[in-house]
Write a protein that binds this ligand. Structure first.
Ligand SMILES: [Zn+2]
Ligand SMILES: [Zn+2]
Length: 272
């Protein structure tokens, strides 16, 4: 199984060294692990300026040597993206893009540089949150900078009870052009299993979205737990493989130097 979304102490919201995450991955039956720390772009974010690519590369390469033969360890990063910060992201990709195996593009911020947390919904309807969010996702896809898109329906995780529950069907007309652009740009999205263990109790995205993408001809899916602690590494991945197959997806993407290979799900099961 591939866990392509795991944080380490190179993220401001995680205290665990890469080495600990590698040990946990091996114990959980993960065969390929991408450590994808936050590269923040918004100055208001507590993690702004925290991530140091040089420090990360050194620690990652040390762990890669230590766990050689037991775990395939990839140089990854979760890059925060939105229309306001796009020029900063471009600069980062130009400078460091070639150093990575795998780059997640994630939208975390909405209008005016406000983070999409429950408070963000207070003065906005669900549509006023989701539609601009998906516009930013579409823009992220069109840049061609990313290997995958992170948690494509993240706002559902933070929707307060004052709002109606997120139903992807209501946004299908916004998702379809994103899928078309993904297929054209050879980019997909991740199944972020953190949703299974947190509020939405469903992965981000859930099966309906996967099925629409698959019906549109999409095949590029990555899997990740978005773990900030060792105990959740690998969590929900086996279940996700079942879900993908039920939705018409038979492969999961593996990356080296930002080049994708599609690995049959049956092969992944056989490895465990
Ligand atoms: Zn994220
Ligand atoms: Zn993350």
């Amino acid at each position: 199984m591939f866990d392509y979304h795991v944080h380490s102490q190179n993220s401001v919201d995680c205290n665990f060294p890469i080495q600990r995450q590698c040990e946990a991955a091996i114990a959980a039956g993960v065969t390929e692990l991408a450590i994808t720390d936050h590269m923040e772009q918004e100055k208001a974010d507590p993690g702004w300026g925290y991530y140091r690519p040089d420090v990360y590369f050194r620690e990652l390469d040390e762990a890669r040597e230590e766990f050689a033969g037991r775990l395939t360890l990839l140089r990854g990063v979760e890059v925060d993206f939105n229309y306001r910060t796009a020029p900063l992201v471009e600069k980062f990709i130009e400078e460091y893009g070639a150093e990575y195996d795998f780059i997640i593009g994630s939208v975390h911020y909405g209008d005016g540089g406000e983070i999409i947390f429950p408070e963000y919904f207070a003065s906005r309807s669900l549509d006023e949150v989701i539609v601009p969010y998906l516009d930013n996702v579409k823009m992220a896809v069109e840049t061609g900078w990313f290997s995958t898109i992170g948690h494509i329906d993240l706002p559902k995780r933070y929707t307060p009870k004052t709002h109606r529950t997120y139903d992807p069907l209501a946004y299908r007309e916004h998702l379809q052009p994103i899928f078309a652009s993904m297929i054209a740009n050879n980019i997909g999205f991740e199944i972020n299993t953190s949703g299974l263990r947190q509020t939405p109790k469903t992965s981000m995205p859930g099966p309906a979205v996967v099925r629409w993408y698959s019906e549109a001809g999409g095949k590029m899916i990555t899997t990740g737990t978005d773990s900030h602690a060792p105990q959740t590494i690998g969590a929900g991945l086996a279940r996700t493989l079942d879900m993908l197959q039920l939705c018409g997806i038979d492969t999961v993407a593996s990356f080296r130097k930002r080049q994708a290979t599609l690995v049959p799900i049956e092969t992944l099961r056989a490895a465990n």
